[in-house]
Design a protein. Structure first.
Length: 323
């Protein structure tokens, strides 16, 4: 083959790769952890279409994006680790130790740490993302699952399913400074943007506990009244702080909570067994991972209607939004 032609083809291929990488980086993208197909589905939020599937390892559940948007982290319970996906390369580049049976995690505000719940041993492993080492192990309640960092980064909430409480970890001392009783079998929590309130879902209690963060006390309990049993799990708060959204795995819908009155405004039907929920940064789109129907519902938060249903991998569980 002519040498000049080879060079031309190489240049064209490089331009193609550059354009593809730019398209991937343009975002936002929605990342879906599929626990049965052992992969992550990447959805383009602009077109509501699947653009890539990334194999990650065994039973991916918890999922999150680093603050700089360069790395996607995925908890792999059977592997006792967290996969780190380079979002430019779109592949797993390393695995971080995460203690026994990591279920879920939260990324610190500066990206330097992961706080990982170890469900079978009632601890939280604190991982230094730069050195890829566990730097602390914090005892918490029984069967910890959902982990959330406060907006100011000072505390971490850990929902413990069997202890029916939330452990509050001080991120400076890495010790539990408060334990807050909530509803039966708490699964996840979400903070209001100003950090004054937190919302904790209770799967068996069918309630959402509203916590005053400063005093570590429950100030309201919101009942999720849906037949046959709602099983609230995932929860997120709108960037304007006015609305919280709760995925009800038992009633196949999302509860829209008015954060001013602490009441349910309405319910939005979605796919079967919604677990994880996520919002775009502007709050205009809400996503639910529907574990039984193997798809993601896309909700327009203004009209409160499902505007798209996207098939993904098998048994979608966790969701994250990033670049």
């Amino acid at each position: 083959m002519n040498f000049a032609r080879v060079i031309s083809i190489a240049v064209l291929f490089a331009v193609f790769l550059s354009g593809w990488a730019s398209a991937v980086a343009a975002g936002p993208h929605v990342y879906v952890a599929n626990e049965r197909s052992n992969d992550v589905t990447v959805i383009d939020a602009a077109s509501n279409s699947v653009v890539r599937t990334i194999p990650v390892g065994q039973r991916p559940r918890g999922i999150g994006v680093s603050p700089d948007g360069k790395t996607l982290y995925v908890a792999l319970g059977p592997e006792h680790g967290v996969a780190a996906v380079d979002l430019a390369l779109q592949k797993v580049v390393s695995r971080l130790p995460a203690g026994s049976d990591p279920e879920a995690f939260a990324v610190s505000r500066d990206g330097a740490r992961l706080y990982v719940s170890n469900e079978d041993v009632a601890t939280v492993s604190v991982i230094d993302t730069k050195s890829a080492r566990i730097v602390a192990t914090v005892p918490v309640g029984a069967e910890p699952e959902g982990v959330t960092v406060s907006p100011d980064g000072r505390v971490v909430y850990v929902a413990s399913e069997s202890s029916h409480n939330v452990s509050v970890i001080d991120t400076a001392t890495l010790t539990v400074i408060a334990t807050i009783p909530v509803g039966r079998r708490p699964r996840e929590s979400a903070f209001a943007p100003n950090g004054a309130r937190a919302y904790v879902t209770a799967e068996l209690g069918a309630v959402v506990s509203v916590i005053d963060v400063a005093s570590h006390t429950v100030i309201a309990t919101i009942t999720i009244d849906r037949p046959p049993q709602p099983k609230p799990k995932g929860v997120v708060v709108h960037p304007n702080g006015q609305w919280a959204y709760v995925a009800n795995g038992g009633s196949n819908d999302v509860a829209v909570i008015d954060c001013g009155s602490n009441t349910v405004s309405e319910y939005i039907p979605v796919g079967k067994r919604p677990w994880g929920v996520a919002l775009t940064p502007d709050g205009r789109r809400l996503y639910t991972a529907n574990g039984v129907s193997d798809d993601v519902s896309v909700i327009d938060t203004e009209s409160r209607k499902v505007i798209a249903t996207i098939p993904v991998g098998t048994r979608p569980w966790g969701l994250a939004v990033g670049p």
